[in-house]
Design a protein around this ligand. Structure first.
Ligand SMILES: Cc1cc2nc3c(=O)[nH]c(=O)nc-3n(C[C@H](O)[C@H](O)[C@H](O)COP(=O)(O)OP(=O)(O)OC[C@H]3O[C@@H](n4cnc5c(N)ncnc54)[C@H](O)[C@@H]3O)c2cc1C
Length: 384
């Protein structure tokens, strides 16, 4: 594994940085305040190729990997976690269709998702089933060459904004995870309605809503993979998604650390800059160290994924560690900045609110510990 960015990665980092400085940073406060998703900026990200990084060139992708994708996500998240999460969420239907879709589905949807001609979402969680995702109740009843879907999805990012969703529904009722199937549904299908925009602690520029499905008539060609493979598909997608959440959390933590450091070298108390007090400089040193450690874990998970090697445990460790340190870093950044840290005149209180949700989405951090420990038990069992 190389610890230096190669030429392509350097160029990518420069170009996304420039994009973010011009198109994102100046507008973030307004988007968050108005709770408005910047769909036009998402479209510009697509037009500039930033949404198709790890997908094949024949479907308007860049033919690169997750090691490049996380560079882009981290840079976007430094300015806007809302936009970064929308990019990560758009990535779930992209990777599911790319990996499990048939040729017709790839040609129909992938190029448009990569250029943001359409945007996507992922609908798994339900009011009664979050962590226990294999128990979902949304039901798709097969009738000839159609499925009739009924149910409710909850906390769906970009619901009502995105045009297309990968929706997980039961197609049998035996209680097994093999009963679940992945479907492509689109916003305009008859019987789909969206709930009110949830009022959230952070990520206010993204819409989070319920999706109601009432006798939604979906053709059999919208099944992704095979009937009964949906849970496997969803879990594999979440493995990749965890790498993107880790990168987003690192971006938030970097931004908070930068802000606190700048403040600490200029703010004076007792006749000197506060950074000269160890009570301030040591937390800053911890932030720097932990952010770097989180980035290395995340890069390693991406490296393994790009080589087609197992990466599920590494992705869970990256997500767990990066999001936990983002919470710690952002909380300590507020502390370093004292009263100003708590004020909306500075962005660190927003970073703290945004870091929190990263510990919850794509499987809570308790669920990451379940995933990691199960891998550990499996690994040791092979040697017993
Ligand atoms: C802003 C936001 C955006 C989201 N976007 C999406 C989206 O786009 N698509 C989607 O499908 N979902 C989305 N979600 C849902 C998210 O994935 C779930 O909130 C998450 O999986 C947890 O489920 P839950 O909220 O039902 O909590 P629960 O599963 O009820 O968990 C409650 C608590 O119990 C703990 N817990 C549960 N089971 C165990 C266990 N076995 N061992 C130890 N602890 C356990 C959890 O860690 C948590 O602390 C989003 C959520 C939020 C907040």
């Amino acid at each position: 594994m190389d610890f230096m960015y190669n030429e392509v990665q350097e160029m990518l980092k420069d170009s996304i940085k420039r994009f973010v400085e011009k198109e994102v940073s100046p507008h973030v406060d307004e988007w968050e305040e108005r709770m408005e998703f910047p769909i036009e900026v998402m479209k510009k990200l697509g037009e500039n190729g930033f949404l198709g990084i790890p997908y094949p060139e024949e479907y308007n992708g860049q033919g690169l990997g997750y090691q490049e994708y996380i560079i882009v996500l981290e840079e976007i998240a430094r300015a806007s976690a809302s936009l970064a999460i929308a990019v990560a969420v758009n990535g779930l239907p992209q990777l599911i269709i790319d990996k499990f879709g048939n040729e017709e589905q790839k040609r129909k949807y992938l190029p448009k998702l990569s250029t943001a001609e359409i945007t996507g979402g992922f609908a798994l969680t339900e009011p009664d089933y979050g962590s226990d995702a294999k128990s979902i109740k949304t039901f798709a009843e097969r009738r000839g060459d159609r499925y009739i879907i009924n149910g409710t999805k909850r906390f769906i990012s970009q619901a009502g904004v995105a045009d297309l969703y990968i929706l997980l529904a039961r197609t049998q009722n035996t209680g097994s995870s093999h009963d679940i199937t992945a479907f492509i549904i689109t916003k305009d299908m008859k019987g789909i309605t969206f709930g009110k925009k949830e009022r959230k602690m952070g990520l206010n520029a993204t819409a989070t809503r319920e999706i109601y499905l009432e006798d939604v008539d979906v053709p059999v060609e919208n099944v992704v993979g095979k009937e009964g493979y949906g849970f496997k598909i969803a879990m594999m997608a979440l493995d990749s998604g965890r790498i993107t959440i880790a990168a987003t959390a690192i971006g938030i933590a970097e931004a908070a650390k930068d802000c606190a450091l700048r403040y600490a070298v200029t703010r004076r108390q007792f006749g000197k800059p506060i950074v000269e007090f160890q009570g301030v400089s040591f937390p800053l040193a911890d932030m720097e160290t932990k952010i770097n450690a989180a980035r290395l874990l995340t890069q390693r998970a991406a490296f393994l994924r790009d080589r087609g090697l197992p990466y599920s445990k590494e992705a869970a460790m990256a997500k767990l560690f990066a999001t936990d340190i983002a919470m710690e870093v952002t909380t300590n950044a507020v502390q370093v900045m004292g009263g100003n840290g708590y004020m909306k005149d500075y962005p660190v209180e927003r970073y703290m609110r945004e870091a929190k949700v990263m510990q919850i989405v794509e499987g809570t951090n308790q669920i990451q510990k379940l995933v990691i420990s199960r891998h550990m038990v499996r690994e040791i069992s092979r040697t017993l």
